[in-house]
Design a binder for this molecule. Structure first.
Ligand code: SAH
Ligand code: SF4
Length: 430
């Protein structure tokens, strides 16, 4: 989502007459986009921006700006921590960045813009895209779930869905420009359209599955992905659509967070481990070749060895294809920041390492089952690590590495898998 926001703002600036610099040292304006979901990212951001003090001293005309969730979270207080900033702009105000920069160029003031947290973004459709064949398309903003550990609802505001006709217009335009794959983005895509007061849609008459159907019929688009699904909203209807709509990829990212019902309750996730398991079983029933990935947090306040053991058991029982795993960090004003951060750093690290090792074994085991099979792979480009090799993704979102040629880039080719690692499938084009 942050990637899409950066691309969106870059597009707006290009449309307003600015140009991309070839390096940070040569730029007249430097904008940092920020994520505040975990503390580590925020700490690195503060130190990276502080590192520019010398550059700013050498070039007093340089404009340094901050956008994204950290800007929203700190509002004007960010200037106490980062006095070198010229502007700071929350996610809801990002469309105003070209105007903010023009104001600064004319008046040289410092601008903090964080008042539009709950507003729909104006539909500006900047053309710029970082990729040539795959595009991120935002279908909504904000979140109403208030998972107790999560800062997102406080920095991206209440959930609101983009009007479907604007999303479809954007995807049709992308298809016309040769894009093959769209990734639909929202904090909880399955609740698309449910919160209608801000979206201007008819309550409950147009939902996420309808959107998938409409995008599925757009000529030129060959693959549709989406992220993220909350387990409470991932429905049978969705799984049937994944089975029946030929362009919708067979991959579900379904964050589990913890395998312990006690912790899930404290996290305000509104499902139990058993219910989650049932959802995955149902998904696998309908989308038999489908992959499942997840997010896990270790060391949530009061997580005992026993709770952690339940997470380990869930991971073993479900056998995810992949998992993003994180150490818990308190994110005020999210509710759990009021609980004692009781699991020590060492224990969090140990638990994280154990899970990473376990997931690696499982990913390898699952990938081994794919040896000898042929997959459709959308070719991304040359493999950065291995000269002469090319890389792309299967519909199940696995990385494939194979001998290829430049003319394959942006096309879907068949790849027969010959060997695997936990993180990639290796093979040859057939
Ligand atoms: N809306 C998405 C993304 C949320 S942020 C979703 O619901 O899945 C991505 C992941 O960051 C979360 O799934 C969670 O695993 C992790 N995360 C969020 N807050 C965190 C915190 N305070 N500490 C550690 N990990 C966190
Ligand atoms: Fe955060 Fe939960 Fe919303 Fe995801 S669903 S953004 S984890 S509050």
């Amino acid at each position: 989502m942050s990637f899409r926001d950066s691309e969106f703002v870059t597009g707006l600036l290009l449309d307003s007459g600015f140009a991309l610099a070839d390096s940070m040292e040569n730029a007249d304006i430097i904008i940092f986009n920020s994520c505040s979901v975990r503390k580590h990212a925020e700490d690195r951001l503060i130190s990276n921006i502080s590192d520019l003090k010398l550059l700013k001293k050498r070039r007093p005309g340089l404009i340094i700006g901050l956008m994204g969730c950290t800007a929203q979270s700190y509002k004007s207080k960010i200037l106490e921590r980062l006095p070198i900033l010229d502007f700071s702009c929350g996610p809801g105000n990002e469309s105003d960045i070209p105007g903010i920069i023009k104001d600064i160029l004319e008046n040289r003031g410092i601008i903090v813009a964080t008042d539009k947290i709950d507003q729909m973004r104006p539909e500006l459709f900047p053309a710029y895209r970082e990729d040539r064949y795959k595009a991120y398309v935002s279908i909504g903003e904000g979140c109403n779930n208030f998972c107790s550990y999560c800062i997102v609802p406080y920095v991206r505001g209440r959930e609101r869905s983009r009007v479907a006709k604007d999303i479809i217009k954007e995807v049709k335009d992308l298809a016309g420009r040769g894009f093959k794959e769209v990734m639909l983005l929202g904090q909880n895509v399955n609740s698309y359209g449910k919160v209608t007061s801000l979206a201007g849609l008819n309550a409950k008459t147009y939902n996420f599955v309808h959107l998938l159907e409409d995008i599925n019929s757009i000529k030129g688009i060959e693959r549709i992905r989406f992220m993220t699904s909350h387990p409470k909203d991932a429905s049978t209807e969705l799984f049937k659509a994944m089975r029946d709509l030929e362009k919708v990829c067979e991959h579900l990212h379904l964050p589990l967070q913890s395998g312990s019902d006690r912790i899930l309750k404290l996290m305000n996730r509104s499902y139990t481990a058993k219910k989650y398991m049932k959802t995955v079983e149902e998904y696998r029933k309908y989308v038999s070749v489908g992959s499942v990935t997840t997010d896990i947090i270790v060391g949530f306040p009061s997580e005992t060895k026993n709770d952690f053991g339940k997470t380990v058991k869930m991971i073993k029982d479900i056998e995810f294809d992949g998992a993003y795993m994180f150490k818990y960090s308190p994110r005020p004003p999210a509710k759990s920041s009021g609980l004692k951060d009781s699991v020590s750093r060492e224990d969090k690290e140990k638990r994280l390492e154990a899970l990473i090792n376990l997931q690696c074994e499982i990913s390898l085991k699952r990938n081994e089952l794919l040896t000898g099979k042929v997959f459709d792979v959308l070719v991304d480009g040359e493999n950065k690590r291995e000269a002469s090799k090319f890389t792309g993704r299967t519909g199940t979102n696995k990385v494939a590495v194979f001998d290829g040629s430049k003319d394959m880039i942006g096309r879907i080719v068949g790849v027969k898998i010959e060997s695997v690692t936990p993180h990639a499938l290796k093979g040859r084009v057939v």
